[in-house]
Design a protein around this ligand. Structure first.
Ligand SMILES: Cc1cc2nc3c(=O)[nH]c(=O)nc-3n(C[C@H](O)[C@H](O)[C@H](O)COP(=O)(O)O)c2cc1C
Length: 172
């Protein structure tokens, strides 16, 4: 079994996928890991729309992101914040939905890695178009697209380019 550190090192942004389905058990496992994510006040202000290979809106959803590679993904998860359910801090009214959805999304990505699947966070997409395709109400924000599937042979993991530990951590 992989350690958590190994999983974090193994996960990378996959931008080319094999044209094969994901086993239902694997998909359910990943969604269950998403469900376990923590959230502010445990409000769980989220919803995941699973775009399957058979979905009538699959092409439309993928076209919300203007990169050809995303079309190779057999599945796509649309991770949405429900702003009418998210916690707002009383001192400054900060909406914590963004933080909550980020935790849920990374649970998905790491669980997928554990299952031998690839993912990529995609935030640079047309959210208004996505909202109208999925008929979302104004309280629901599609925050992240997660294409998911088996990495193709063309998908290669680059060396992790990360700041040194002493640049990001300070003991005070
Ligand atoms: C919040 C967020 C938004 C991102 N949006 C995009 C995106 O729109 N398109 C894309 O190709 N990658 C996107 N990425 C992936 C990052 O570019 C990638 O995680 C980063 O370069 C580190 O590479 P790695 O994931 O392979 O370790 C995003 C990542 C995060 C965390």
């Amino acid at each position: 079994m992989k350690t958590f550190k190994e999983l974090t090192e193994e996960r990378y942004s996959v931008r080319d996928y094999k044209d094969i389905a994901i086993e239902t058990e694997k998909l359910n496992y990943i969604l269950e890991c998403a469900r376990m994510a923590p959230s502010a006040v445990n409000f769980q202000p989220w919803k995941i729309y699973v775009i399957t290979p058979e979905s009538s809106v699959k092409n439309d959803i993928l076209s919300c992101y203007a990169r050809e590679w995303i079309k190779t993904a057999p599945y796509c998860l649309v991770c949405c914040i429900q702003h009418n359910q998210s916690w707002k801090r009383s001192s400054d009214n900060k909406d914590h939905g963004d933080i909550d959805i980020a935790i849920l999304t990374e649970h998905i990505c790491l669980a997928a890695t554990e299952q031998g699947l690839g993912t990529c966070w995609v935030c640079n997409f047309d959210t208004e178009r996505c909202k109208s395709i999925l008929n979302l109400n104004n309280d629901e924000e599609p925050a992240v697209l997660i294409p998911i599937g088996y990495p193709s042979d063309k998908s290669v993991k680059k060396e992790k380019n990360r700041k040194a530990i002493n640049e990001i951590v300070e003991f005070v």
